[in-house]
Design a protein around this ligand. Structure first.
Ligand SMILES: [Fe+2]
Ligand SMILES: [Fe+2]
Length: 287
């Protein structure tokens, strides 16, 4: 595995030259977990965008949505190539069960022809989580060149998807702001606890199913901390809520509800403080 990791690979564009990177067995397991889940999220994105096409109001937006689904297909293949090249398994037994719930809630919104609900779940909520994850892996502190490069490539697309979502939601809000806000509240209470639980319980999940202690994994010079993702993913979500221009009274209530995601009896993640900063730091009348 170590020899393979030191070979140059053409994963997306061009051939990379890099120093051999030592990857411990535990670190490979951690990568296997993260990539298996990221791939599951990308597969869900293909399903969601494909289902959303029929709800799009005109040909241009249908084509744009098919294009998004196509990009998510490429993300699946990129993650699979990364796994093959580095020599870790894509392991469905490591995939967290909450993905199914998120997919089901999206499907429910699609069945009701609730385009705003679909956009909020996929373009805004799921993309915010993807951005949190890929930002973490593409940050300068990640010395694992190959995972860093793949994450940067994926991040570019996901940022674009979020922008598309924000634009679409703003345009729906111009037509019927109340209905969009109702969809936001509906989607928030169904999807966000699942997404957060997934991130929050990732280390426990690994510990129980793979007997792997995240904190004890020898990651070499990689500063990947799954704990950092817990707060970062919520920060991205909250930031997106402001960016999209939702009514502040509604968003503040939703943000306040997220403090209950802290698990009683467990060490606090400081979500309350983090979310309070957001609520007090944003100028009123942002909506
Ligand atoms: Fe993606
Ligand atoms: Fe995406």
């Amino acid at each position: 595995m170590q020899e393979r990791a030191s070979e140059a690979v053409n994963v997306s564009a061009g051939t990379s030259a890099f120093a051999p990177f030592p990857r411990s067995e535990g670190y490979m397991k951690l990568l296997s977990f993260v990539v298996s889940n990221a791939r599951r999220g990308e597969i869900m994105a293909v399903d969601n965008y494909s289902e959303m096409v029929q709800l799009m109001p005109d040909t241009d937006t249908k084509i744009e949505t098919v294009h998004q689904a196509n990009e998510e297909c490429k993300h699946i293949l990129l993650l699979e190539k990364l796994a093959t090249h580095l020599g870790f398994a894509i392991d469905d037994s490591m995939v967290e069960p909450q993905w199914n719930n998120v997919r089901q809630h999206f499907h429910d919104a699609a069945k009701k022809k609730n385009l705003a609900g679909c956009l909020i779940i996929q373009d805004l909520m799921v993309e915010s989580l993807a951005i949190g994850l890929y930002k973490l892996f593409s940050s300068a502190s990640n010395g694992d060149y190959e995972t860093n490069r793949i994450a940067s490539n994926l991040l570019k697309d996901e940022l674009e998807h979020l922008d598309i979502g924000v634009r679409r939601i703003k345009s729906l809000m111009e037509k019927d702001s109340e209905a969009v806000h109702d969809s936001l509240v509906w989607a928030h209470h169904r999807v966000m606890p699942n997404l957060f639980e997934m991130v929050y319980q990732s280390c426990d999940f690994l510990c129980h199913t793979q007997n792997l202690d995240c904190d004890m994994v020898d990651k070499g010079n990689v500063a990947i901390d799954l704990n950092a993702l817990k707060v970062a993913s919520l920060e991205h979500y909250v930031d997106m809520l402001y960016q999209a221009g939702f009514d502040l009274d509604v968003t503040n209530q939703l943000i306040a509800s997220m403090t209950s995601y802290e698990v009683p009896g467990r060490a606090s993640l400081g979500l309350g403080e983090c979310l309070k900063d957001f609520m007090s730091g944003k100028p009123a009348g942002n909506a």
